[in-house]
Design a protein around this ligand. Sequence first.
Ligand SMILES: Nc1ncnc2c1ncn2[C@@H]1O[C@H](COP(=O)(O)OP(=O)(O)OP(=O)(O)O)[C@@H](O)[C@H]1O
Ligand SMILES: [Mg+2]
Length: 255
Amino acid sequence: MIHTQTAILHADHIHHTFTAANGQPIPALEDVSLALVPGTFTALIGPSGCGKSTLLRILAGLVKPISGQVQFGGLALDRPQRQISLIFQKDNLMPWRTVFENIELPLQLAGVAKTEKEQRVAHLLYVTGLLGFENQYPAELSGGMAQRVAIARGLINEPDVLLMDEPFGALDALTREQMGQELLRIWATTQATVLMVTHSISEAVFLADRVLVMSPRPGHIIREVHIPFARPRGIELLTDTTFTQLAAQIRAAIH
Ligand SMILES: Nc1ncnc2c1ncn2[C@@H]1O[C@H](COP(=O)(O)OP(=O)(O)OP(=O)(O)O)[C@@H](O)[C@H]1O
Ligand SMILES: [Mg+2]
């Protein structure tokens, strides 16, 4: 168990319940505690509807839990913070802004100068394979491209904490692998603290230092698996025996 003192972001005993349109309570999260140590990469995996997106919204300061507390940098988190970036499960782009304008938004809000903005957007357009599409509008993009725009927007501010909700869900297998590698490269240079929701067990094991497994709704964390592989990690890891064993352990925990 990680001592919460060393964590940049931690949640203590979070409970959250929604109310359905007919008034029925929908318990979504039950006693979830987790601590993110600076510079680490955590993957979160669990069945559909178990509360993963809800947990990310709470950790981003967008939703206040029914009970329990979230602390960021030692202070209670009660609103979104510029240093915490959330990449939503749905791309959530602004339809009236071009790709360029969507990606630059966090820099615009932070008042960053024009030339620096242009340089940083150009770099991320390159990284996400979107060069040449900067003047298109979201409606003119494929699902995977829109998702890559959202990833670029989430990274542009170089956040301390990057919360990602199935960021690669709409990508084909090859692009997904490339984006995963790219993410590790960016992560190694920015030293951000990452929490990423994924449905892919092998993606979780490949990318993360630790994988948290959630139970079906109401979600709570039922398993924490430490991933011991050194970095940088190459694609040959996917056939390593320990890799396969860890993936099997996680699969067993989910079912
Ligand atoms: N705004 C809302 N109002 C009512 N119920 C909600 C709301 N948001 C989520 N829920 C319910 O809370 C539960 C958890 O939802 P959540 O989106 O967090 O799951 P998830 O783990 O992200 O699922 P998935 O893997 O399918 O994205 C679900 O039962 C869902 O119906
Ligand atoms: Mg979700």
